[in-house]
Design a protein. Structure first.
Lengths: 117, 877
C-alpha cells in the first residue's frame, strides 16, 4: 500500500500542476517553481516528484503535442485527479484549522497573550 | 525561423546525452529528452551556450534517480541466484557430513601435496639465484686423463688464478681464489666458542658472491687478520650488538678482526651454512708467494664474466692461455680448462668429461609430475564422488527443471557447489601445509619457508582454486544438468552399460600406483636394514669422538690420555689422523714377497696411536694390536680381512711388506695383526682393503671408549673436566660415534621417508577412488539388492556380490604393478654394491595389503547397502 500523505514539496508541485493546467509538464513546472519560489530545482527532481504523485494517485498524465524546441518530441502533460484535489483541500483545511487555533490570530490580541506567558 | 537556426547552430553535449540514454528508463526517453532540450535552448537564448551545456550536464546527473533508472534486471537476479545456490550447496554439504568430509579431505590432501612439491620445485629452480651476479659468476674446471680415464675436477693451482687475473682483468673480473672444500674452525670471543664451517677466500670474493651485509665493509678482507661472519655466527659469538671491529680467536690461536657481518645464506645456495669468510692468504700463513704456485692443486677459482659474454669463446680463450703456460705437462695429460657458469652448477654435473643433467634436476621434473598426478587424481576422485551421488540429486534436478530452471542455472548450481568444496579444501590444505612443512623440510633436507607473505603464492592459489573448481565441477555440471526431468522424476534413469568403466579404469590406475609404492617403500626399508645389519667391524656405541681445536693439543696428547684413563670412566683412548667413519687416506706402492706382478691397487691407509684398537673396538682375527711394550712396532702394520684376501696371503702375520708411496723414503713393515673389515665409508659399498700404521704425531682425532658399566651422562662431565683443565682454550666439542655412523644412512632414510609419505597418500587417494566407485555401484543396484533381499538373499551373500568386482579390479592392478615395481627397484638396487634381494614376500605383502584395504573400504558401502530395509529401496519408485 503506497503512502498517501502529501509532502511539502509535493504539495507545491501539485499546486503548480493545477496552476499551469495545459502547460503542466516537467520542464514548465520546474520553471514555474523557480520563478515563484526563487529557489533552483532540477528537472529530474521535479520529474521524480511528479512520478511519485502519479503513483500515489494524485496525478494522471498523458502525452501531449510536440514542438520544434523539443526536437519534435512530445511532452507529458500532468493533470490533477479527484483524489489529488481532495488531498489539496484537506491539506489547506488542516492548515487553516491550525491557524485558527493559533490564539494570536484567533483572538487578535497577540501581545497580551504573549505577556501572559 | 530564428528558432530553427538554433537547432542547426547548437546542440546539447552528445556525451551527456549518451550517458542519459544509457541509464534512463526506455519509457521516459521521449519526454525527458524533450524537456532537457527545451531547457537547453532556453538557457542558450537567455544566457550562453557554455552555461546551457553545463546546465544540461547538471540536469542529466540529476536524473540519476531510482524512478528513472533502467532496472538492470539480469544482474540483480544473478546475485539472488548465487545466494540461493550457495545456500543449497551449504545445506547439501551439511546433510551428508561424512561424504563431504571425505570429499573435501581428499581434495585438500591433493592440494597440499601439490603445494609442497611446488615449493620444492620452486626452491630447486631458484638454486643460487640469491647471489646477485647469478648470471655472470663462473667457475673454472680442469679436465684431464689420469692414465685410465678422463675426469673433471674443480681443483686448481694458485698459479692459474694469478695468470688469469693478469691476462683477463676485464673478461674475468673480481676473480677470487677460494680454498677448495670448506674448512671447519673453532671461533671464540670471550667465553663463547663454537665450531663453524667457512671458506678462505680472496678479497673480491664477498662482493662477487653478492653477500648482503648487515654491518661493515664488503671489501674488508683486504687485510690479513680479518674475518667476515654470518649473522647467526655473529649472534652466537657477540649477541645482538654490532661486532665490527671486535676480535675473534680462530682455533684458540690467532686473533682476527671482524670486518663485516652478512645475512645467512639460504639453503638453496652452493655456499649454504657457511658461517665465515677469512682471507685466503691467512690460510697460507701470509706467504704472498703461495698465491702463485703451480704444483699444488688446492683451490677453486670463481670470477665474474662480462654481461652476455660468449661462453664457448671465453672457455677457449682461458683454455689456450693456461695450456700455453703449462706446456708439456698439459700435453701429457691432455688437459683442458673450461668455464662453467653458475646458472649450470645445479642443473648439471660432470660424468668423466661430459656435462650431463644432474640427478637433482632430473628429480625436479619427476616430483613435479608426481605432484600434478596426485592433484589430477584428487580432482578426478572429487568428480567421481559427486557423480556417484547423481541418483540422489536426480529428483532435485527433475523438480528444478519442471519448475522452469534452465540448464545454465543448473550448471551454475553445480559449479557453485564445486567452488564451495574447493574453497573449503583450500583452507584445509593451508592448515595442513602449515602443519606439515617443518616435517617435510626435515625429511627432504630443505630449508623452505611457508609462502604466506608472497603475492605470487596467493595469485597462484586463486588461479589454482578456480581451475580445480572448474575442472572438478565440470563433469557433474554437464552430466547432472542433462537429465531429462520426466525420467529423473520417474526414477527410470538408467546409466549406460559402460558408465562404470571410466571409474574402473581409474581405480585400477590408482591401485597400480599404490601397490608399486608399497613395494617400493618396503624395499627401501629392506635395503637400509640390509646395510644396518652388516657387521660393522668396530663398535660405534659407547664411543665419543672429538678433534680438540687447540695449538696445545699436540704436546699434551699423552697427558690427556693418561688423565682420561685415571678418571676411571674411560676404558680406552686412541688417536688417528682422520675420522674412523671415513676413508680419506689412499696410497699405492705396496710390494711383498709372492705378490702377483699385475697387482696395482692402492690401499686405504690410516695412522693410529696406541690404544686406538681398544678405543674403536677392532676385532682381531689373527695376530695382535700395536703394543707399547715393543719398540719395534713402529715398523709394524695391521691389515684388514679385505687386504688379506686381496694380497692372497694365507697366513699374513709375519709377512714383510715394502712401502714406497713416492713421497717418502721406502721402508719395510711387518704385518703383526689382521682385523675384521670395518665399515668406514658408505655402508652400501664393499669394505676397502686397508693398512694401519703406528704413529703418535699426526693424529688429530681422538676416540674415547666410555666404560661400558657407566652411562654417557655419568662419564661425560668427568671427561669434560679433564679437557677443560688441560686445554681450557678449546671448546669441548664431542660427537657420539654412533650418531656419525647413522648419518651414513641419511640419503636412503630420506628416500624411505618420502616414499612412505607418498605411499600413505596414494593409498588414501586410491581408497577415495574406490569409495566413489563402490557408492556409485551401490546406488545403481539399490533396487536389485532390494529384490534380492525380498527373495531371501542373506547379508553375507549380498556383501560377497558387491565386493567381488572390486577385488578383481585390485588384483588386476597388482598384476600390472608388480612387474613395473620389480624392474624399477631392480634398477635402483643395481646402483648399490651391498644390496638387499627383492623378496617375494614384499610383493605378496603389498598385494594382500591392497586387498585388505579394498575389502574394508568396499565393505563399508556393501554392508550399508545389504542391511538397508528392502521396502525403502523398492518403494523409492
Amino acid at each position: 500500500m503506497k503512502e498517501t500523505r502529501l509532502g511539502d514539496f509535493e504539495e507545491v508541485i501539485l499546486l503548480l500542476v493545477g496552476i499551469l493546467d495545459q502547460e503542466a509538464y516537467a520542464f514548465k513546472i520546474a520553471e514555474e517553481f523557480e520563478s515563484q519560489t526563487q529557489r533552483s530545482v532540477s528537472i529530474g527532481a521535479v520529474h521524480s516528484t511528479l512520478n511519485r504523485l502519479g503513483e500515489k494517485g494524485f496525478l494522471t498524465s498523458e502525452m501531449g503535442e510536440s514542438t520544434a524546441e523539443r526536437g519534435g518530441r512530445r511532452k507529458r502533460i500532468y493533470s490533477i485527479t479527484a483524489s489529488g484535489q481532495r488531498v489539496l483541500q484537506e491539506s489547506r483545511d488542516f492548515k487553516v484549522s491550525l491557524w485558527n487555533q493559533f490564539p494570536a490570530f484567533a483572538s487578535g490580541n497577540l501581545k497580551i497573550e504573549w505577556l501572559n506567558l | 525561423m530564428s528558432k530553427l537556426n538554433h537547432h542547426i547552430d547548437h546542440k546539447p553535449p552528445a556525451s551527456a546525452e549518451r550517458l542519459l540514454l544509457w541509464f534512463l528508463h526506455d519509457d521516459l526517453v521521449e519526454e525527458v529528452l524533450g524537456d532537457l532540450d527545451e531547457k537547453f535552448f532556453q538557457t542558450c537564448e537567455k544566457q550562453s551556450l557554455k552555461k546551457a551545456k553545463r546546465n544540461y550536464w547538471y540536469q542529466v546527473i540529476h536524473y540519476l534517480r531510482p524512478f528513472a533508472i533502467k532496472t538492470f534486471k539480469s544482474k540483480l537476479n544473478n546475485i539472488t541466484m548465487v545466494k540461493h545456490n550457495f545456500k543449497i550447496s551449504y545445506r547439501q554439504m551439511l546433510r551428508n557430513k561424512g561424504y563431504s568430509l571425505i570429499n573435501i579431505g581428499g581434495l585438500a590432501m591433493g592440494m597440499v601435496v601439490a603445494m609442497l612439491i611446488g615449493l620444492w620445485v620452486n626452491d630447486e629452480l631458484a638454486f643460487n639465484k640469491y647471489h646477485d651476479n647469478y648470471d655472470q659468476i663462473v667457475q673454472i674446471f680442469r679436465q684431464e686423463n689420469d692414465g685410465t680415464e678422463r675426469f673433471t675436477s674443480p681443483f686448481l693451482a694458485t698459479g692459474i688464478g694469478a695468470l688469469l687475473k693478469e691476462k683477463f682483468p676485464e673478461r674475468l673480473s673480481d676473480l677470487s681464489m677460494i680454498r677448495s672444500r670448506s674448512q671447519s674452525r673453532v671461533l671464540g670471543a670471550g667465553e663463547n666458542r663454537f665450531t663453524f664451517e667457512g671458506h678462505f677466500i680472496e678479497a673480491p670474493g664477498p662482493d662477487l658472491l653478492g653477500l648482503k651485509l648487515k654491518y661493515g665493509q664488503i671489501d674488508g678482507l683486504k687485510d690479513l687478520n680479518t674475518i667476515m661472519l654470518s649473522e647467526s655466527a655473529a649472534y652466537g659469538l657477540f649477541g645482538e650488538t654490532d661486532p665490527t671491529g671486535k676480535l675473534v680467536k680462530m682455533n684458540a690461536g690467532r686473533e682476527l678482526e671482524v670486518v663485516a657481518v652478512y645475512e645467512d645464506l639460504p639453503g638453496n645456495s652452493t655456499f649454504k651454512e657457511k658461517d665465515f669468510f677469512a682471507p685466503l692468504l691467512r690460510l697460507f700463513g701470509g706467504n704472498e708467494g703461495s698465491l702463485n704456485v703451480w704444483n699444488n692443486y688446492n683451490i677453486y677459482i670463481y670470477a665474474k664474466m662480462q654481461e652476455n659474454a660468449d661462453l664457448a669463446q671465453l672457455s677457449t680463450l682461458v683454455n689456450n692461455t693456461i695450456r700455453e703456460r703449462l706446456g708439456e705437462r698439459a700435453d701429457d695429460r691432455d688437459s683442458r680448462f673450461i668455464v662453467h657458469p653458475m646458472t649450470e652448477w645445479h642443473k648439471t654435473e660432470f660424468r668423466k668429461d661430459e656435462v650431463v643433467v644432474s640427478q637433482a634436476y632430473k628429480f625436479i621434473w619427476l616430483y613435479a609430475i608426481i605432484g600434478l598426478c596426485v592433484l589430477v587424481l584428487a580432482c578426478i576422485n572429487f568428480m567421481n564422488l559427486s557423480t556417484a551421488r547423481s541418483e540422489k540429486r536426480a529428483k532435485e534436478v527433475g523438480i528444478r527443471k519442471t519448475l522452469g530452471s534452465i540448464r545454465k542455472q543448473l550448471i551454475s548450481q553445480f559449479y557453485m557447489e564445486s567452488m564451495l568444496y574447493t574453497l573449503l579444501a583450500f583452507v584445509l590444505s593451508l592448515g595442513l601445509l602449515w602443519a606439515l612443512l617443518p616435517w617435510f623440510n626435515e625429511t627432504s633436507g630443505k630449508r623452505m619457508d611457508a609462502p604466506w607473505a608472497l603475492t605470487e603464492f596467493w595469485l597462484l592459489s586463486i588461479g589454482f582454486v578456480l581451475f580445480t573448481a572448474i575442472i572438478a565441477g565440470s563433469y557433474p555440471a554437464a552430466y547432472l544438468s542433462s537429465f531429462k526431468p520426466i525420467k529423473a522424476l520417474r526414477g527410470t534413469l538408467a546409466a549406460g552399460k559402460y558408465a562404470a568403466l571410466p571409474r574402473k579404469v581409474l581405480v585400477v590406475f590408482q591401485f597400480t600406483i599404490s601397490v608399486a609404492l608399497i613395494i617400493g617403500t618396503i624395499t627401501v626399508n629392506n635395503q637400509i636394514q640390509e646395510a644396518k645389519d652388516r657387521p660393522i667391524g668396530y663398535s660405534p656405541e659407547g664411543m665419543i669422538s672429538l678433534r680438540p681445536a687447540s695449538p696445545n693439543y699436540g704436546k699434551n696428547r699423552k697427558l690427556l690420555r693418561t688423565e682420561l684413563m685415571n678418571t676411571g670412566v674411560v676404558k680406552a683412548v686412541g688417536m688417528s689422523n682422520y675420522p674412523v667413519i671415513s676413508t680419506l687416506g689412499w696410497n699405492g706402492g705396496f710390494t711383498w714377497e709372492g705378490m702377483d706382478p699385475g697387482f696395482t691397487s692402492s690401499f686405504n691407509t690410516i695412522t693410529i696411536s696406541h690404544g686406538y684398537g681398544d678405543a674403536v673396538g677392532l676385532e682381531f682375527i689373527a695376530g695382535r694390536d700395536f703394543s707399547e711394550e715393543f719398540e719395534t712396532d713402529k715398523n709394524a702394520i695391521l691389515i684388514n680381512r679385505s687386504a688379506m684376501e686381496a694380497m692372497k696371503l694365507e697366513n699374513p702375520v709375519g709377512t714383510v711388506v715394502r712401502y714406497a708411496p713416492g713421497w717418502t723414503d721406502p721402508r719395510n713393515y711387518t704385518i703383526i695383526g689382521v682385523v675384521e673389515d670395518m665399515i668406514k665409508g658408505s655402508p652400501f659399498q664393499q669394505t676397502d682393503q686397508s693398512v694401519m700404521f703406528l704413529d703418535q704425531e699426526f693424529t688429530s682425532w681422538m676416540y674415547i671408549r666410555v666404560n661400558p658399566d657407566l652411562s654417557a651422562s655419568q662419564a661425560l662431565p668427568e671427561i669434560q673436566e679433564v679437557f677443560n683443565t688441560i686445554l681450557p682454550e678449546a671448546p669441548f666439542n664431542f660427537k657420539f660415534a654412533d650418531d656419525d655412523y647413522m648419518a651414513k644412512f641419511e640419503a636412503e632414510q630420506r628416500i624411505g621417508g618420502l616414499a612412505g609419505f607418498f605411499t600413505l597418500l596414494a593409498i588414501f587417494i586410491s581408497c577415495l577412488g574406490l569409495f566413489g566407485l563402490a557408492s556409485y555401484v551401490a546406488e545403481q543396484r539399490t533396487k536389485e539388492i532390494g529384490i534380492r533381499k525380498v527373495l531371501g538373499a542373506s547379508v553375507t551373500s549380498l556383501w560377497k556380490l558387491l565386493s567381488k568386482d572390486f577385488t578383481l579390479l585390485v588384483l588386476i592392478s597388482c598384476l600390472i604393478s608388480i612387474p613395473i615395481a620389480y624392474s624399477v627397484l631392480d634398477g635402483w638396487l643395481e646402483t648399490y654394491e651391498v644390496r638387499t634381494k627383492l623378496y617375494w614376500w614384499t610383493f605378496a605383502l603389498a598385494a594382500i595389503g591392497a586387498l585388505l584395504v579394498t575389502i574394508i573400504t568396499v565393505s563399508f558401502q556393501a554392508v550399508k547397502a545389504s542391511v538397508a530395509n528392502p521396502v525403502k529401496a523398492l518403494r523409492s519408485e
